[in-house]
Design a protein around this ligand. Structure first.
Ligand code: GMT
Length: 383
């Protein structure tokens, strides 16, 4: 009966299914929920990456957007809202959980309104970062982002810093629950030995790694410049994982600095948990990170993060203990940390052990997923 508590839940999850932190978090959340007995329905425009077929209790509903010639801009948000409503009706969804406010939150609100004559369909919006810091604060999206946050039945933020920014930028007054990103420490774990690194790093060079969507906010060119500095002191090879607008300029810079043979561009990879543990150090020189999921992935894998002190990163990395943070754009400072880690085995061992410990104690799926489950129960049971 509606209005009474019921578990497990039938949940509809919407996210950007391509490469990007929010899509990864949403997909892994869905997998973890299904593992715990919930029915999870992904409602997205393509099958989320990292989602292998045939997993029990995972369902996929594609959103098809008509390409009618009149539509210069196909109305994806409307197609999504219709699909959400159809799925909610057909599978008796208890809740929609959308990741990234724009436009998912508005689509959920429309689906909710279409369902209203039949029953209540609550929705939760999880804020990830650029939906607030970049896109949402763009004047053309500002009012609708604020509106969608205010209309959500529940709002979560992946860090305290993003919550603070959301309140500051949008002046919203509804509760924002901080539920931090999480990591499956059985999947993301250190390798007993790093011999696989030899496939990339010839002559026993140590590996640095960068993983991102190569957008300007990630400052991928800084990775190449850091490598150039590091190599003045110690041999190292850089693995660049991912793709996006700054890949071409990064390849160009590597050639200009005569580093092309010391950098490998791997492109988009589905199983980063197999690649990250090969490295000694992760570079995350971002201009902004609301959380910095890849730093958590690295910590779980026994790889030391050298990052920038921005956004929610200090909530994850304790400087000098389980990683390092330096100012944005300060190449010498970031490179110096990398050199320390590559040349001082004891320091590397201490930092990576502390990182793995922190990942397990504070950010493991066992720690975080129940927080989502409790929040779902809370939002579903509200009248
Ligand atoms: O910046 C990205 O990698 C993409 C973006 C997204 O929404 O897909 O990432 C944001 O969400 C991630 C998952 O919660 C966070 O780990 C990232 O820090 C955040 N990115 C930024 O704030 C720039």
């Amino acid at each position: 009966m509606r209005g009474t508590r019921k578990y497990p839940v039938n949940i509809g999850i919407t996210c950007y299914p391509t490469y990007g932190g929010s899509g990864i978090v949403a997909t892994e959340l869905g997998l973890e929920l299904a593992n715990r007995g919930h029915q999870v329905h992904f409602i997205t425009y393509s099958n989320p990456i990292r989602l292998d077929p045939g997993i029990p209790r995972i369902h996929y509903h594609e959103v098809e957007v008509s390409n009618y010639p009149l539509f210069q801009y196909p109305p994806y948000c409307l197609a999504l809202a219709s699909r959400m409503m159809e799925v909610a009706e057909a599978y008796d969804l208890d809740l929609l959980h959308v990741h990234y406010a724009i436009p998912h939150s508005i689509a959920a609100m429309l689906a909710q309104q279409m369902m209203a004559p039949q029953r209540r369909l609550p929705f939760i919006t999880t804020l990830h970062g650029t939906d607030i810091t970049l896109v949402g604060a763009d004047p053309s999206y500002f009012p609708i982002t604020k509106f969608s946050i205010e209309k959500s039945d529940g709002v979560t933020s992946i860090s305290q810093d993003l919550k603070r920014q959301t309140i500051e930028v949008f002046g919203v007054t509804n509760e924002i629950r901080v539920i931090r990103n999480f990591i499956n420490c059985d999947l993301y774990r250190p390798l007993a030995d790093r011999t696989g690194a030899a496939a990339y790093a010839l002559n026993g060079e140590k590996l640095l790694i960068h993983v991102s969507n190569f957008r300007p906010v990630k400052r991928v060119l800084d990775c190449i410049r850091i490598l150039a500095e590091v190599r003045k002191h110690t041999p190292a090879h850089l693995l660049m994982v991912g793709d996006g607008p700054d890949r071409g300029p990064a390849e160009h810079l590597a050639r200009d600095l005569k580093l092309a043979s010391h950098v490998t561009f791997l492109g988009k990879q589905n199983h980063v948990e197999r690649i990250i543990p090969l490295a000694h150090v992760l570079l995350m020189p971002s201009e902004m990170e609301s959380f910095g999921l890849v730093a958590l992935e690295a910590m779980a894998c026994g790889v030391a993060p050298v990052a920038t002190r921005v956004g929610g990163v200090p909530e994850l990395i304790h400087h000098g203990e389980n990683g390092f943070m330096e100012p944005v754009g300060d190449i010498p400072a970031q490179a110096a940390r990398v050199v320390e880690l590559l040349t001082d085995g004891g320091l590397h061992q201490r930092v990576t052990a502390a990182g793995r410990r922190r990942a397990k104690e504070e950010f493991s799926t066992e720690e975080i997923i129940p927080q989502y489950e409790r929040y779902y129960e809370d939002v579903i049971s509200r009248r």
